[in-house]
Ligand binder design. Structure first.
Ligand SMILES: *Cc1c(COP(=O)(O)O)cnc(C)c1O
Length: 365
């Protein structure tokens, strides 16, 4: 792919001592999630005078940061999460990378950070994948998880937007969360809130995650797998999990998902599943759904499935929901049929095994 006029040349410094092949093979046979990183990383710098500059692929390793760097004090940081997939024909593809680029810029605006040209974002990710394409897991369903991020690097303790930033991409081999028939998870409805109207809920910023750690730890301590957040104003409407959007499947065939409105992260998996469900002729409504209604519908049988979705785990069935007043079971408590069907539809497009009617698959090799 030739660099367009807007995309700078990336300088490339190969790792002088990359991970030995046998050690890499051991990692790739059992990659887990987010614990090992590939040999290289991408860096691009920004300052107010020069704009984005010095794009480069360098050996993976620690970076030097001034202790006064604004990110360490006021959390001016945003990120993305995406994957590179091995296609059925042996090629490599990203999934809707321009959607990640657009969301990254929306997050940047909310955090008073400079936008990154979308072509530069996608080219940086492509460079990262090209540098470390030897890092595809050998396990079935494996992928390379990509983490683009940007942070404020100016050494300054006054409270105002930083004048310098660093954009980076790192990569981590990822196993298949669930080989087939993902197990249903149990979720805890938190008294804490994740996002308030006017806050940063629709931005993908590290600060949102920092605030979700205590509620998540509480869910774990009570024996649940995930935390669910209700709306901050009425503590009544279901919003999302700590890092995944939610869908409800009704017995009449309709699907409901909470509407985006400032407090919910606009998931690309969410958007893709809405489109795929509509392709199937299903009715998808972006409507508010109350916890009490959910409980009542699960009991009456009006609701038959619930699932969560996001890039990392794709689609995760929800089997049980608990709060301080007790718990209720969804359907049989196991993975639902439509949940599994939609998951399979999405995964087979991502891996080039099924037609791609929406043009989502972005081949890079
Ligand atoms: C990233 C994220 C999601 C899922 O977004 P995808 O684009 O589908 O990966 C959902 N909720 C939150 C809070 C997130 O940070």
């Amino acid at each position: 792919m030739a660099a367009s006029a807007h995309i700078p040349e990336f300088a490339r410094t190969p790792h002088p001592a990359p991970c030995p092949a046998d050690a890499r093979a051991a990692i790739l046979a059992n990659p887990g999630f987010g614990t090992t990183f590939t040999d290289h990383m991408v860096e691009v710098d920004y300052d107010a005078d020069r704009g984005w500059h010095s794009a480069r692929v360098v050996p993976y390793g620690p970076i030097a940061l001034d202790p006064a760097a604004a990110v360490l004090h006021y959390a001016q940081e945003i990120f993305e999460g995406m994957k590179a997939y091995r296609l059925a024909d042996g090629g490599i593809a990203l999934f809707r990378p321009y959607a990640n680029a657009a969301r990254f810029n929306a997050s940047a605006q909310r955090l008073a950070m400079p936008e990154l040209p979308q072509d530069l974002f996608v080219e940086a990710v492509r460079q990262q994948v090209a540098a470390d394409s030897a890092w595809f897991p050998t396990v079935e369903g494996g992928s390379i998880y990509l983490r683009p991020f940007m942070f404020a690097s100016e050494a300054f303790l006054g409270v105002r937007p930083s004048r310098s930033y660093k954009f980076m991409v790192i990569a981590s081999p990822a196993g298949n969360y669930f080989k087939s028939g993902a197990p249903a998870v149990s979720i805890w409805v938190s008294q804490y809130t994740r996002a308030a109207p006017g806050g940063t809920g629709e931005a993908k910023c590290g600060g949102n995650y920092a605030a979700s750690l205590v509620p998540t730890a509480e869910a774990f301590a009570r024996g649940h797998d995930q935390v669910l957040f209700l709306d901050a104003a009425e503590h009544r409407w279901v919003e999302e999990l700590g890092g995944m959007n939610l869908f409800f499947v009704m017995a009449d065939g309709a699907i409901v998902t909470p509407p985006l409105g400032g407090t919910i992260l606009p998931g690309i998996t969410r958007d893709s599943l809405i489109a795929l469900a509509r392709d199937e002729g299903l009715t998808v409504r972006e409507d508010r759904y109350a916890l009490d209604q959910w409980r009542a519908d699960a009991a009456s049988g009006a609701l038959i499935e619930t699932f969560a979705c996001g890039t990392a785990a794709v689609v995760t069935p929800v089997g049980k929901v608990a709060d301080a007043s007790g718990e209720f079971v969804i359907g049989s408590g196991g993975p639902g049929q439509l949940t599994q069907k939609l998951r399979q539809r999405l995964v087979s497009i991502q891996r080039g095994e099924a037609a791609d009617p929406h043009g989502w698959v972005h081949r890079v090799a």
